[in-house]
Design a protein around this ligand. Structure first.
Ligand code: FES
Ligand SMILES: [Fe+2]
Length: 376
């Protein structure tokens, strides 16, 4: 899958922290970084991870810390079957974390190495992401039975093109998420001749409805003032778009125009309590046969994400000194719903599950569909 990385060359800024949601899936890194026999590192929710791919193709994620004396396992060896710690050579089966060998043990020893485990996290490959399930601190080893399914980008047919974008954001996950769903910054942050101008601001009414653990901007004809949507007009069919936000961090957008479609999954993942990363995976069959569509889409997508990134670097400067902030109606209403949903999820703990039938459902801040009005 083509890859664009928008690196944040700025000095890391230590801003306010956010409370983190555990017991869910987060993308750790692109799975094409996991080559056989190699180890890769990533940080999720402040947890250092070492990831890799076994010889049979299965991906794994371990805490990057040997249970013996804490040496990072990522500096050790990996032969496609076992990860060996560089300090005293303990060997681990990386999917389960089970210790397979302690070289220093003799025939005199009673210690059963196989009762020792490195911390292994459930890890699955989907849409080119290596997704890692991060349980709450101290909740023990995770069985195969998890309360949540691995997120997946919606596709509406077998033939499509894909692209991926990522950018580090120097702010906490809450600011990353509310910036992502914020409708009012578009005309200011994303001004461009090919997208829209400040002069194109107009009053909008959008209908929202509650969905499990999130909300949906109901299917609607997209804003007439954005060029990419206008392009779809060439197909001469009604264009309809649906945007969902679902906890802990996922925004999905689907645009459909007859049998043509575009679909994206954007996640804002806490790297630490005060920093995050935005990842966008997109798939489409629109203009499937037009040459250069993928590089062009990546170019504009990267510009777009870069504009958000620059804004958040500037915002991080302002947030350093912990100013008091505000959320206004209606433009910041989605942000208010996000905070209310997050609070409900934190209060409910790991008991709530949308995947497990009969499990308690989250208390929802919306009691039905509503219309919001703003100018953008
Ligand atoms: S620290 Fe890893 S084997 Fe001792
Ligand atoms: Fe934006």
């Amino acid at each position: 899958m083509p890859l664009v990385t928008i690196s944040d060359a700025g000095v890391p800024i230590q801003g306010p922290t956010a409370t983190l949601i555990y017991d869910d899936w987060y993308p750790a890194l692109r799975s094409d970084n996991l080559r056989k026999g190699k180890l890769a590192t990533a940080m999720l929710l402040g947890i250092p991870l070492v990831l890799g791919r076994r010889s049979d193709g299965r991906v794994f994620a371990l805490r990057d810390s040997c249970p013996h004396r804490g040496n990072p396992l990522s500096v050790g060896w990996f032969d496609g079957e076992r990860v060996t710690c560089r300090y005293h050579g303990w060997e681990f089966e990386p999917c389960s974390g089970q210790c397979a060998l302690i070289p220093s043990l003799t025939s005199q020893d009673k210690l059963d190495a196989t009762r020792i485990y490195a911390t292994a996290f459930p890890c699955e490959e989907r849409d080119g992401h290596a997704w890692v399930y991060v349980p709450g601190p101290g909740s023990g080893r995770k069985s195969a039975e998890l309360p949540r399914k691995v997120p997946e980008l919606k596709k509406f047919g077998p033939r499509y093109r894909t692209a991926f974008l990522t950018a580090d954001l120097p702010c906490n996950v809450d600011h990353g998420i509310i910036g992502l769903m914020d409708p009012a910054h578009g005309p200011f942050v994303h001004q461009a001749w090919w997208w829209r101008s400040r002069a194109s601001i107009r009053e909008k009414t959008k209908r929202f409805e509650p969905i499990p653990e999130g909300f949906r901007m109901s299917a609607h004809a997209p804003s007439g003032n954005s060029a990419p949507y206008k392009l779809l007009g060439v197909y001469g069919q009604p264009v309809e778009t649906t945007i969902d936000f679902v906890l802990p961090n996922r925004r999905t957008e689907t645009i459909r125009c007859g049998d043509k479609w575009f679909s994206s999954l954007t996640t804002v993942t806490p790297v630490t309590a005060s920093t995050c990363r935005i990842d966008v995976v997109g798939a489409w069959n629109v203009f499937y046969h037009v040459p250069f569509v993928t590089p062009i889409a990546k170019f504009f997508g990267a510009r777009f994400v870069r504009q958000d990134q620059i804004t958040m670097i500037q915002q991080a400067e302002g947030l350093k000194h912990n100013p008091s902030l505000m959320l206004i109606d209606d433009a910041d209403k989605p942000a208010k719903w996000y905070f209310a949903l997050k609070q409900a999820r934190l209060e409910a703990g790991s008991q709530v599950s949308e995947a497990r039938p009969g499990a308690p459902k989250l208390k929802h801040p919306m009691d039905g569909p509503v219309e919001l009005h703003w100018r953008s």
